[in-house]
Each structure stands twice: as C-alpha cells, then as structure tokens.
Design a protein. Structure first.
Ligand code: CO
Length: 472
C-alpha cells in the first residue's frame, strides 16, 4: 500500500537558525517564495523560534511584517511556526492573556501550522497555547502540532513517550511531533519509537519527526522512521542542510522516488530553488554569519550524550574559569545533576541550567555549594513538573527553605497585555497590536527596533537610522 511521505522544509527557519544564527533576511527569501510554493511541501517552516528576536535585534525587520510577506507569496503551502509553549517566543513564562493574543495574531497574520512544545514535556505548559490554537485555528485554518522534546535517560522510555503523545492527542493535538533537536535519536531507536507511537495514536493523528544531522545520523533516522510509518519528516534544501541543520531535502526525495513512499515532489523543480539558496548561503558566509564548520559531522553527542551546543557552552565556561582540564569530570557530573533534578530533557533552558550547575559542582570542589537562581527555580518547580521526583536531600540543600510549587507555573501570573500596551503607547511606539507582543517578548530589543523604525518613518534622525546605530 502506497504511503506518500510528507515533507516540511525548514529552509526559511531552522536551517538558517542552525547554520547562520537566523540571519537570513526577508529580502533574501522573497525572490524564490513563488517557486517554493509550487513544490508541494506539507508545510514550510518560516517563523517562530529565534526569528522573532533576530529580526528585530540584527535585521531591522518587524517579525510580523516578515510573516505577512511570507503569507503574501506562499498562497498554497501552510507556513509553520515553532512556539515554546508558555514561553511563547521569549524565555520567560507569559500570562495566559498574552499566550492567547500571540496565537491569535500569528494565525491571523498567516500561520497555518503551530508546533508547540515544552522543554520539560510538562503538558500544563502547553495547554494554554493549545487551547488558543484550537480556538483561532478552527475550521481548518491552523493545525495544532504538539511536540515532544526528545531526550535519553532511564525514565525516557518508549512507554513514557507513548503516554505523553496520548496525553497531547487527548488535549486536542492534530499532529504529534517528536522533536529531536540535538540529533540524539538513533536510527534503530527511531524505528522502535515511531512503531510504538503509530500503534497507539489515532489513525487521523499525523506523526511528524524533527531531527538534525549534527551527529551524521539524520538521514538514517528519517529513513528508519519512514519505514516504521512516520507521516511527515523535516528536511532542509541542500545549501543550508546537514551538520547542525536538518538532513537535505533532495537526497530524501530521490531516495523515496518510485517507491511506495514517493513524496510526489519533482526533484528537477528543487534545483533552481537550491541554486538561489546557494547564493544566499554564500552571502551569509561572506557576512560572517555562517561558519562552514557547522556543516561537519560532530560525533561528540554520540559519545557524551549531551547536545553539541551544550558541550561548547561547557568548554567555554571552563575556559573562563581557567579549568579546561576539568572537562571530563564535568561531563561525568552532568548525568548526576540531571538525576538530582528529576531528569529534565537537555534543551534550552534546562541544558544551560544543568550544564552550569555541573560546572559549578566541579569547579567549587563541592556539590551544590553554590547554585544559580535557575537551579533553585528548577528544583522549586517553577519551570514546571520534572519527569521524575527530585532528590529530596539535594533539594533541601539547594532551596534552603524557599517555597516550592506543584501547580502550573503560569497560574501565578496576572494578565499583562493591557499594561504592556499602555507602556508601548506611552512611549509613542504603538502602530499595531502586534507591537505589544514584540515588546512583551524582548522589551529592550523591541524598543531599540521601534526607535529605529520611528526615525526611519518620520525621516527624523535619518542619518542615525541609515548608519545602523539602531537597533544595537
Ligand atoms: Co530544530
């Protein structure tokens, strides 16, 4: 029985986030969007993740304007975004009214698939986003894709993932995604995981796999997942594929061509599009945004079981402390810290929290002699529920009597949209409701961007605007 494999291409988001610090501009995308729209992708990932921050901080672009531009040219292909649950597009927990507004405006401006996830896989941290996606995306306007942060640990078993996927399905997810941001998932494990998930999920629920090619296993992971029955996989067009990015689109399309899994994508149509992005990649490299090293295979993750980005952070922290020789001790300490705090997946922000604490434990010569505020918050339940109970003895040492919470972290937050809107209006920057959401996500960055935009629009201080002094 034929089973057409669906492809999401990440060329407009994760590919350049992974390879070039999210520096691709809307200008660099526009000339090729019409052709991309004709390929027949399931979706094109083009928004969310770091694009929001990068647009305003480095590119003098309104992220909402980018979305509207993408929508103008992508008439057939749904635009997919990545949303960090209650953290939305920023790094703190937001109140529910803001979650609702961000989702409303994202869909209104053209998003057709929202992938929402929580770093800890705490369903309470994505329930508010999911409710909003179902509300504003009703009637086939937007697909609700709930993503599982994939990780390895003694508690992250097949049963654990199946149970979590069923929970998300029961909460209303149309798609379930396995999000393997660190390329920790190995091909045969992918086969087992996809088999187990497909067996338990409803037939109408699509299973979507997101991996990277950091450790060089990405293509094999995708192929094994396809053999096991996955519905959608993520790839990136070749000029910004592989290494820390997704496996390349063209080889997978060619591999499946003429088989029962044929994607229906015409390989020849991809060639001129890839040629366009080859030039874009070269320009990004010339500007220093893309270091060709990101394309190499890095087997460290396979050996140390920590994501590539986390490993380089650990090395930097040790270098600063003048203790580079302690790396192997720190790497041995990482799983211990992880166990103490209930095995969080190693993704932002928990990878930084666990990594920094492991460095402190080794450098100070005594475990938890010094702790960060983030470590305290993690133990206190302020990031959400951890996969396993924490080590009580350690928790007491870390928290020193500080309050712990077992309820949903965002339950503590008062509505904040109206207050933020007042601030933006009072400062004279308000042009659209979306500005409030940009300001909520990155207050300083957004303010610098608004200042630049105002100067440009009003022709005041035009030298300043042109010189690129704003935003800093
Ligand atoms: Co990714």
């Amino acid at each position: 029985m034929a089973k057409k494999i669906l492809i999401m291409d990440t060329i407009l988001r994760d590919a350049h986030q992974s390879h070039a610090a999210t520096r691709m501009t809307t200008e660099q995308m526009i000339p090729i969007l019409g052709q991309l729209d004709e390929i027949g992708y399931y979706s094109l990932e083009g928004w969310g993740g770091a694009t929001f921050d990068s647009c305003m901080r480095y590119l003098n672009e309104d992220p909402w304007e980018r979305l509207r531009t993408l929508k103008k040219y992508l008439k057939k292909t749904p635009i997919q975004m990545l949303l960090r649950g209650q953290n939305l597009l920023g790094y703190r927990n937001y109140a529910d009214d803001l979650v609702d507004k961000v989702v409303e405006k994202s869909i209104e401006n053209g998003i057709g698939v929202v992938r929402v996830f929580d770093a800890l896989n705490d369903p309470r941290n994505i329930e508010s986003s999911m409710r909003a996606i179902k509300k504003y995306g009703a009637g086939g306007k937007c697909v609700c894709e709930a993503a599982i942060s994939y990780t390895t640990s003694p508690v992250h078993t097949l049963d654990y993932f199946v149970k979590l996927a069923k929970t998300y399905e029961n909460m209303g997810a149309d798609n379930i995604c396995v999000k393997d941001m660190a390329n920790l998932l190995l091909p045969f494990e992918a086969f087992e995981l996809v088999t187990a998930l497909k067996k338990e999920l409803l037939p109408e629920t699509k299973l979507h796999l997101h991996t990277h090619n950091t450790t060089g296993t990405g293509d094999m992971v995708n192929l094994m997942a396809i053999k096991a029955g996955v519905d959608i996989v993520d790839t990136a067009l070749s000029p910004l594929a592989n290494g820390t990015s997704q496996p390349a689109t063209e080889p997978l399309v060619a591999t499946l061509q003429g088989t029962e899994y044929d994607t229906g994508i015409d390989l020849k149509k991809l060639i001129p599009i890839a040629a366009h992005f080859k030039k874009v990649a070269a320009d990004l490299e010339k500007d220093g945004a893309l270091n060709p090293k990101v394309r190499q295979v890095d087997v460290n993750t396979l050996i140390y079981q920590v994501p590539g980005g986390m490993l380089s952070n650990l090395m930097n922290q040790l270098k600063k402390a003048g203790k580079e020789e302690k790396l192997s001790e720190v790497l041995a300490e990482v799983p211990n810290v992880r166990k103490d705090c209930g095995y969080p997946p190693l993704v932002t922000p928990s990878s930084q929290i666990v990594g920094t604490q492991a460095v402190m434990n080794i450098v100070m010569g005594e475990r938890y002699k010094m702790v960060t505020k983030e470590t305290k918050d993690l133990f206190a339940g302020k990031y959400g529920q951890l996969p396993m109970p924490v080590n009580e003895e350690i928790a007491e040492k870390v928290l020193k009597g500080d309050k712990r919470i077992s309820y949903r972290p965002a339950d503590d937050l008062e509505p904040e949209y109206d207050k933020l809107k007042e601030e933006v209006v009072a400062k004279g920057y308000y042009t659209q409701e979306e500005d409030v959401l940009s300001y909520a996500s990155f207050p300083e960055v957004a303010e610098n961007f608004f200042k630049w935009r105002k100067a440009k629009n009003e022709g005041v201080d035009s030298d300043m605007a042109k010189s690129g002094v704003y935003p800093v």
